[in-house]
Design a protein around this ligand. Structure first.
Ligand SMILES: [Zn+2]
Ligand SMILES: [Zn+2]
Length: 320
């Protein structure tokens, strides 16, 4: 089958990649639309020492499954594949299973291919009311909702979201629903305007008001984002850390201790409410789609995704 392959930090299209074999309890899926994530770009730079097929933001159709009700259904899928038998898996912490693999990120081929496989328990069937384009955003929208799973946000709080990338724009839309005093801090006019139209305050990095916040979400994808988060958080406040980097981050631990800052690492989140928010039309994803490419132009699509003006680049699978 055709697939995009990362090997030794290089990406190429191959025509004769092995079609995945389905293990018992797994499904075979034909991806329809795939989104390029910043994580995919980091993998190409060496993050996770990944080799294989990248891609984890997708909507596809089930081709094979032991549950016949799933056949032909349009689905999205959770990306962590847990072992199911360790201490973590048995206590509901499957996402932290030390034996896990992660779709297109860690020990598992992803969705930039004609076929992909996921465990049946990871699959979510999409309702009619959610389009393919919207569905590609389920995974990052779920990651945005994870913040609400981790901390009790009060509507009286002042919150800064740092970083106007796709995740920042989705997180801003989610937090806007809480009624909090919200500012998105970024550096791209075109991106800030998307949430300005929804009545959210925005600021450029240089002009951030020096008023401290109860909660800061750091999703700049840049190690410098952390220093800004630290500058903007009030004593006893909470920083939600969303960025992952190939490099290490330096931080002044004593400041965290003295100011009693809570830092919460935040990764994947719940799919069901993400699908619900999309179905209810509460999240604008159309404005986040910058361009669409056919799979044969996937490398061009990745180049486009590296452009800082780009938000979400979609790749249409199965059409040459
Ligand atoms: Zn992603
Ligand atoms: Zn496990």
């Amino acid at each position: 089958m055709k697939a995009l392959l990362i090997e030794n930090g290089e990406a190429k299209i191959v025509e004769d990649y092995h079609k995945p074999e389905i293990k018992p309890g797994w499904t075979l899926i034909k991806p329809r639309v795939v989104g390029i994530c910043k994580t995919d770009l980091e993998l190409m730079k060496g993050y996770m020492n990944f080799s294989g097929v990248p891609g984890h933001e997708f909507v596809g159709v089930v081709e094979e499954a032991s549950d016949e009700k799933l056949l032909g259904r349009r689905v999205v899928g959770e990306i962590n594949f847990a072992c199911g038998s360790c201490e973590y898996c048995k206590t509901g912490l499957q996402r932290h299973c030390p034996n896990r693999s992660v779709l297109g990120i860690q020990n598992a081929d992803g969705v930039f291919a004609e076929y992909t496989t996921l465990p049946q328990e990871n699959i979510h069937v999409l309702p009619e009311g959610v389009s393919d384009d919207q569905a590609v955003f389920v995974e990052p929208l779920a990651a945005s909702l994870e913040i609400l799973m981790q901390t009790h946000i009060k509507p009286t709080w002042r919150i800064y979201v740092l970083g106007d990338g796709k995740l920042g724009l989705l997180i801003t839309q989610v937090l806007r629903l809480t009624g909090c005093d919200l500012t998105l801090v970024g550096k791209h006019e075109n991106k800030l305007r998307i949430v300005e139209r929804m009545g959210v305050k925005t600021s450029t990095l240089e002009k951030v008001p020096e008023i401290k916040a109860d909660l800061v979400v750091e999703c700049t994808g840049n190690p410098k984002g952390y220093s800004l988060a630290k500058r903007l958080i009030r004593p006893s406040g909470t920083i939600i850390a969303k960025s992952t980097y190939h490099q290490n981050l330096e931080l002044n631990w004593s400041e965290i201790v003295v100011d009693e800052i809570t830092i919460i690492g935040s990764r994947c989140g719940p799919f069901t409410p993400a699908i619900r928010l999309l179905e209810l039309g509460l999240i604008d994803t159309d404005s986040l789609i910058t361009a669409r490419y056919q799979f044969k132009e996937v490398l061009k699509a990745f180049d486009h995704a590296r452009n800082s003006e780009a938000i979400k680049i979609l790749v249409q699978m199965g059409k040459g």
